[in-house]
Design a protein around this ligand. Structure first.
Ligand code: GDP
Ligand code: MG
Length: 166
């Protein structure tokens, strides 16, 4: 199995940390291929059964000027070209304008979108359900997966579920 996975989320939610956790020592490549010039390939996760390319989509934040608009549009057009979109949020912070901006941009996407609730090490387990319910009201996510990228909790499960969509 092989496929492409886009990682999105506002700054500091833990995208790079998750990528490092997934790719770990097995980092195979860091390059730009013709097919994905608009994307930044962050790493390829390879096992004997699968090869998954993780890409960081740049420019998904509220633009401050027209050029920014163009960059957002160009990043958004890649959403339909991947197999899975991982939308990362920080569970330890309230949903904010940065999160809402991205959710708004997801509305006409047919690609499966996972809500990845990161930094669960920073909240009490009881706090998780209301947070999940809040996000579910905003968007019909295909999967909701709580993780701690820094501690590695549930990252294996995330990869397994991604695999099921390839
Ligand atoms: P990015 O901007 O989305 O790429 O976020 P980074 O991966 O750079 O992480 C931003 C900050 O959050 C860093 O200080 C990370 O160490 C921290 N961080 C990332 N994941 C976790 C997590 O699961 N738990 C905690 N407590 N901190 C995290
Ligand atoms: Mg980063």
């Amino acid at each position: 199995k092989s496929g492409f996975v886009s990682l999105i989320g506002r700054p500091n939610v833990g995208k790079s940390t998750l990528l490092n956790r997934i790719i770990g020592q097995k980092i195979a490549i860091m390059s730009e291929k013709a097919q994905t010039t608009r994307n930044k390939i962050q790493g390829i996760h390879t096992t004997d059964k699968e090869q998954v390319v993780f890409i960081d989509t740049p420019g998904i934040h509220k633009p401050k000027h027209r050029l920014g608009d163009f960059m957002v549009d160009s990043a958004l057009s890649t959403f339909n070209e991947v197999d899975v979109i991982l939308f990362l949020v920080n569970v330890a912070e309230k949903r904010g304008p940065g999160d809402n901006f991205i959710i708004e941009k997801l509305t006409h996407i047919s690609t499966p979108v996972f809500l990845v609730l990161n930094k669960i090490d920073q909240v009490h387990p009881d706090e998780l359900l209301p947070i999940i319910e809040d996000y579910q009201k905003q968007y019909d996510f295909d999967e909701i997966i709580p993780i701690s990228a820094i501690e590695g909790n549930n990252v294996d499960r995330l990869l397994k579920v991604v695999n099921g969509y390839l």
